[in-house]
Design a protein around this ligand. Structure first.
Ligand code: MLT
Length: 260
């Protein structure tokens, strides 16, 4: 069911489906609840599944021009408190994973498990920060093109032809993100903390799902990190957008993670 809650005088959209132990799905940059539409029915067979439109995305309003990962996490906590949920599994796609880690840092007692999906525990290096600053500077005058190019680049080359119509639909959703939401997310990601130690040392169940051809995440390094620290790692052969490029593989990995 689609519902709304107030956070610092803005409207936050969320939905809740199914019964059982709660799983919170956190979408990434330029995404919204619709990215989970094929995954929710599978997970909701045995769990209560919550999706939330992040600040500046989907049907949730913006809150200024910098949406820090912590601000997003606090907003999520308000939604979960509203639903009277105390402990949950978090699954975060890309920026959603950065936010899940910020949540774990702020509210460690509320976490039962955390799965990073095409995401990382690391912060931005200088090169990535510069790229974000450049994009922020030019985005206002050329929004559609910038989003189109950066969005298409997230898919492996093979996927770009194999999933043409799915990519078109996802791009249409991405373009619904207001320019302010784009800028605030980029600013927030740029200043996010490094949570390597948190992820390494946390005692809740953990997994990382990677894409071999994901240029945003160094999957080889992440795989080594996971092996060394006894963290479950699943590597899929595609790019950054597992929910589109390999839905079957992703769902299998998520179902396994949740039931473990
Ligand atoms: C995302 O997919 O959420 C973003 O591309 C992540 C990022 O820019 O670091």
């Amino acid at each position: 069911m689609r519902d709304f809650v107030n956070y610092k005088n803005i409207q936050v959209a969320f939905s809740s489906q199914g019964k059982g132990s709660a799983i919170v799905l956190i979408h990434g940059f330029l995404e919204n609840n619709t990215m989970w539409k094929e995954i929710i029915p599978v997970l909701a067979k045995k769990n209560r599944v919550i999706t939330i439109d992040l600040l500046g995305h989907g049907e949730t309003d913006c809150l200024g021009y910098v949406h820090t990962m912590e601000e997003q996490a606090k907003m999520i906590k308000v939604v979960l408190n509203h639903l009277k949920l105390r402990k949950h599994i978090l699954i975060g796609h890309s920026m959603g994973g950065y936010i899940a880690l910020a949540f774990a840092n702020l509210f460690p007692n509320s976490i039962k498990g955390l799965c990073l999906m095409n995401s990382t525990y690391k912060n931005d290096d200088n090169e990535r920060k510069t790229l974000r600053s450049r994009a922020i500077k030019v985005v206002e005058n050329n929004y559609k093109n910038i989003v189109k190019i950066s969005f298409t680049n997230l898919f492996s080359e093979d996927s770009r032809t194999a999933f043409k119509s799915e990519i078109k639909d996802a791009l249409a959703e991405a373009l619904k993100t207001p320019v302010q939401g784009y800028i605030a997310a980029q600013e927030g990601m740029k200043i996010r903390e490094n949570h390597t130690n948190l992820f390494k040392n946390a005692t809740f169940k953990k997994a990382i799902i990677l894409g071999e051809k994901d240029w945003i995440i160094d999957s080889e390094k992440a795989l080594l990190f996971a092996e060394k620290n006894d963290i479950t790692a699943i590597i899929l052969p595609e790019g950054h957008m597992s929910h589109i490029e390999n839905r079957k593989g992703l769902i299998e990995a998520l179902v396994e993670f949740v039931k473990k």
